[in-house]
Design a protein around this ligand. Structure first.
Ligand SMILES: Nc1nc2c(ncn2[C@@H]2O[C@H](COP(=O)(O)OP(=O)(O)OP(=O)(O)O)[C@@H](O)[C@H]2O)c(=O)[nH]1
Length: 645
């Protein structure tokens, strides 16, 4: 398991970092001093291996983009043997240079904003770590095993906060001259826990004043979501600077006294919010939806916006492909299909043999778009079934015949068989059954459940609903406070809309199913229209945690259970979708998916095809960013267009 990854300049400025376990600041500082500043240690030049430096039980490997003066450093415990680190260094270097190389060249690095790099990095980690057997997880080994012996990444979350803190190490101290003051750290097993956030504060999206790109930039600057992931520019520090006693960590705490926002249940998150400066600027509803003639606010879909996203992503792909030394994730697939069919003429009856090669090409194309192999193979099989024996028109190329057939197959899979009109369902339940509509969100850890639940709440508030948000993540320290902050933001943002939002919370450690049921009762008594239930993240293959969902479904009786899945997730999406779908007991499955982080994948939107293909469950919403207004409906045609581009 990787402990830390840092990207820094040769002059010692940390441009970006990702931390999975606390590593003393002196570790990387020693590397910089010994190798780059004082040159006391001269690394062996070996083309086959990255240079290695060892310090206090850690192994540090690095690579450089010499022309840009960048150093990429990976740190892990020497006890473990990570065969993929060299590849990670190469790929991350290629990606970073591809994405930010020009800016590094032209700008002063202190103003470089690389807050969007995290998903690219995570994707590499996912692919490389996932593809390699892990020989030990040092930070996991530090935590007490669970009674069930399940994966201890989950187990740490179940420990009482005090026990967690004891098991953890001192945090970073990037002061080069003094030792770190040992203070408790965030849950090391959960690297991307977001800080309680005004994250979706739409400082960046108000009144439609800023473009999408502008909104994102502004968000990166102000969003604690970015701050939470260890990659925020505001936490850049100069390693070789003379600043004293600056303690920082992946959560962005960089106070002189080293105090860290860790357990939001004891920290005054709301106080922080109040101090965090001027409140939220309004979001222009036209940026994300429109009013119908009946006065309903309906969400936009991705149609036009997707073009913008694709153009942006493709530009990046091209630039990173140009610099990539080893085919990373960004290899462009645009135009890949076209070349496959040149030799095949129209006006003939198609045979299996004619189709074999182009369909293999189509399958590869879908895989590149992030469609899981299982789904890609099945889709190609169905196209083959449709086309064998078919006579192509004289002016119809086989390319367009296959494309049309694939588009039809994709459209068939993605088109929901029942209505997804949430607003209508709510109004039916409210008026016919005189009770609140209950919607709950489930999913693995960190996929964006709370964020997207809040976006849904914001959407409902635009429709003047009275919304109760139930904090049923009773595991993760900070989860309740995070929702509280969302509710506060939502109140602020929607105060003119006429809706109402409140939180129902009962703290930590209690049974989530009971809390959810109590929330529904409370909502009924108090005239709320909708209850949105946030649940704890759980690994889909953790039997123990998954089994509690059955009780949850029984007690809370949600009208709709939506699973949030990340667009980034790749082949694991199928297992996630199947396992969640099968965990609510007999006769009860998922009702839909929210595919989050679509903004980070460009045209590689295959995950949603994989999930729908595996389960037959429709996609209800797409998450397209970290703002409350970054929620969209699915447009099947535009998704097909993206997949076939
Ligand atoms: N770019 C992008 N980021 C998103 C999106 N949705 C959520 N996020 C980010 O993903 C991170 C995790 O979001 P959360 O909502 O806290 O995830 P969660 O699933 O509730 O996390 P747990 O409760 O720990 O399981 C945060 O940094 C969010 O800002 C999205 O659509 N696009």
């Amino acid at each position: 398991m990787l402990d830390t990854f840092e990207i820094l300049t040769t002059s010692g400025v940390v441009l970006w970092s990702r931390s999975y376990a606390p590593v003393g600041a002196n570790i990387i500082n020693s590397l910089i001093r010994d190798v780059f500043i004082e040159e006391r240690i001269v690394p062996v030049e070996d083309a086959a291996q990255k240079p290695t430096y060892k310090k206090e039980g850690y192994t540090l490997k690095w690579t450089m983009a010499k022309d840009l003066g960048l150093i990429f450093v990976a740190v892990y415990q020497s006890l473990v043997h990570l065969t993929w680190i060299d590849k990670l260094l190469d790929n991350v270097c290629a990606l970073f240079v591809g994405l930010y190389g020009e800016q590094v060249k032209s700008k002063h690095t202190t103003t470089l904003d690389c807050s969007r790099f995290k998903p690219y990095f995570d994707r590499q980690m996912q692919e490389l770590e996932g593809a390699t057997p892990s020989f030990g997880k040092p930070n996991v080994a530090l935590t007490p095993p669970s009674s069930s012996g399940n994966d201890s990444v989950e187990d740490t979350r179940l420990e009482p906060p005090a026990a967690q803190n004891q098991a953890q190490k001192p945090i970073f101290n990037h002061d080069t001259s003094t030792d770190a003051t040992p203070v408790p750290t965030p849950d090391a097993s959960r690297p991307s826990t977001p800080a309680p956030s005004h994250l979706l504060t739409a400082k960046a999206g108000p009144g439609g004043k800023l473009s999408r790109r502008g909104r994102k930039k502004a968000a990166a600057a102000s969003s604690p979501a970015a701050a939470s992931s260890g990659d925020e520019a505001t936490r850049r520090k100069t390693r070789s600077s003379a600043k004293k006693n600056r303690v920082w960590n992946e959560f962005g705490a960089d106070e002189e006294d080293g105090s860290v926002v860790l357990d939001y249940s004891t920290h005054d998150v709301e106080g922080d919010l109040a101090q965090s400066g001027p409140a939220l600027e309004e979001i222009n509803p036209e940026t994300w939806g429109k009013k119908t003639s009946k006065g309903q606010f309906v969400l936009k879909d991705l149609d036009d916006e997707m073009d913008e996203i694709i153009a942006e992503q493709n530009a990046k792909k091209q630039s990173s492909t140009a610099t990539a030394s080893s085919g990373g994730i960004m290899g462009s697939s645009i135009g890949a299909i076209g070349g496959l069919f040149r030799n095949v003429v129209g006006g003939k009856t198609l045979t299996k043999e004619d189709l074999a090669k182009p369909l293999k090409g189509m399958e590869d194309h879908l895989l590149k778009k992030n469609v899981a192999r299982e789904a890609a193979v099945r889709l190609c099989e169905s196209v083959e079934r449709d086309l064998v024996g078919l006579k192509t028109g004289s002016f119809t190329t086989i390319e367009s015949t296959i494309r049309t057939s694939m588009e039809t197959a994709l459209t068939k899979i993605l088109t929901p068989t029942s209505s997804l009109d949430l607003l209508r369902e709510i109004s039916t339940i409210n008026s016919a059954q005189h009770r609140p509509y209950v919607l709950s969100i489930v999913g693995v850890n960190g996929v964006g459940k709370s964020t997207n639940l809040s976006k849904i709440a914001f959407f409902l508030l635009q429709n003047h609903h009275r919304v109760l948000i139930a904090a049923a993540d009773t595991f993760r320290s900070g989860a309740v406070e995070q929702l509280r902050v969302h509710v506060r933001n939502l109140k602020e943002l929607s105060r003119r809309e006429g809706g109402e939002v409140e939180i129902f919370e009962k703290g930590y450690g209690k049974d989530a199913a009971n809390i959810a049921a109590d929330a529904v009762q409370f909502a009924q008594k108090n005239g709320f229209d909708v209850v949105l239930i946030d649940t704890a993240g759980r690994r889909h293959n953790d039997q123990r945690l998954m089994s509690s969902l059955e009780k949850f479904a029984k007690l809370a009786k949600p009208d709709k259970i939506l699973m949030v899945g990340e667009a980034l997730v790749g082949s694991d999406s199928v297992a996630q979708a199947r396992n969640f779908n099968g965990s609510f007991g007999p006769g009860r499955g998922l009702d839909g998916f929210v595919i989050s982080k679509c903004d980070t994948v460009g045209d590689m939107v295959g995950t949603l095809v994989s999930m729908v293909h595996a389960t037959g469950i429709p996609v209800v919403f797409l998450g397209v960013g970290q703002h409350y207004a970054d929620l969209r409906g699915l447009n099947v045609q535009s998704v097909c267009r993206l997949l076939m581009s």
